[in-house]
Design a protein around this ligand. Structure first.
Ligand SMILES: Cc1cc2nc3c(=O)[nH]c(=O)nc-3n(C[C@H](O)[C@H](O)[C@H](O)COP(=O)(O)O)c2cc1C
Length: 200
């Protein structure tokens, strides 16, 4: 599928065929594609929790407004991120770069994040959003459907996935085969209200 077609035809799909399954290899291929999403300073803040256990999915559904996507989709991913990624050894993500580049990046990362909790959190949310969309487009490219979700109790989900203290949850993404054709897109704001030229 051409990328334009994948973007145009991606919709937030609510109804999935529970009998349609993806193999572990198919799921991993989608996740590998998602991991190619960009991240600031290449810090790769995101951690993807793929929940395959049906009982756990049911528990998640109970704290996610009962949304059927949570149990019925072939794959459910809780998109999380590590808040203190910026404090880790830069060599792990800049391995292969010249020593002076690594030293420069270490300084730049420290200056950018240190003592700035808002920046630390904002960066994880940017990274999670980009990775979630990459996952959804990768899925669409393979003829699959998806739904981004933040309609859930974040604290309850954190407990169920045993989220470590220094991590945050951004959203969930369900991926599968749709059973219901989405309604035509509605309520798109006028182009000129959303797109501004040079300044507001
Ligand atoms: C951060 C985020 C959270 C969302 N949460 C939910 C959700 O909990 N349940 C749901 O059915 N759709 C959810 N949506 C889907 C939106 O309702 C949907 O993207 C929007 O109405 C536009 O429709 P479209 O994606 O089909 O173009 C969410 C979307 C985003 C980006």
């Amino acid at each position: 599928m051409h990328i334009d077609e994948a973007i145009r035809s991606r919709r937030a799909v609510k109804g999935y065929d529970p009998a349609f399954t993806l193999s572990d290899a198919e799921k991993d291929e989608l996740l590998q594609l998602a991991l190619l999403a960009p991240s600031a300073f290449n810090l790769q803040h995101v951690r993807l929790v793929e929940v395959s256990d049906p009982a756990q999915r049911q528990q998640l559904r109970e704290v996610a407004w009962g949304q059927a996507q949570v149990t019925d989709a072939s794959m459910l991913v809780v998109v999380c991120a590590k808040l203190d990624s910026w404090q880790e050894d830069v060599g792990r993500v800049w391995d292969g770069a010249p020593a002076e580049v690594q030293a420069y990046m270490a300084g730049a990362i420290d200056t950018y994040y240190r003592d700035k909790p808002q920046v630390q959190r904002d960066e994880t949310m940017r990274s999670c959003g980009l990775m979630a969309q990459t996952l959804m487009l990768a899925a669409r490219g393979k003829g699959l459907d998806s739904c981004p979700m933040d309609g859930f109790d974040f604290d309850a989900v954190a407990k169920l996935i045993k989220l470590p203290e220094n991590h945050v949850i951004a959203l969930m993404v369900a991926v599968g085969k749709k059973t219901i054709e989405p309604k035509p897109r509605i309520g798109k704001l006028p182009f000129n209200e959303v797109v501004l030229r040079n300044s507001f």
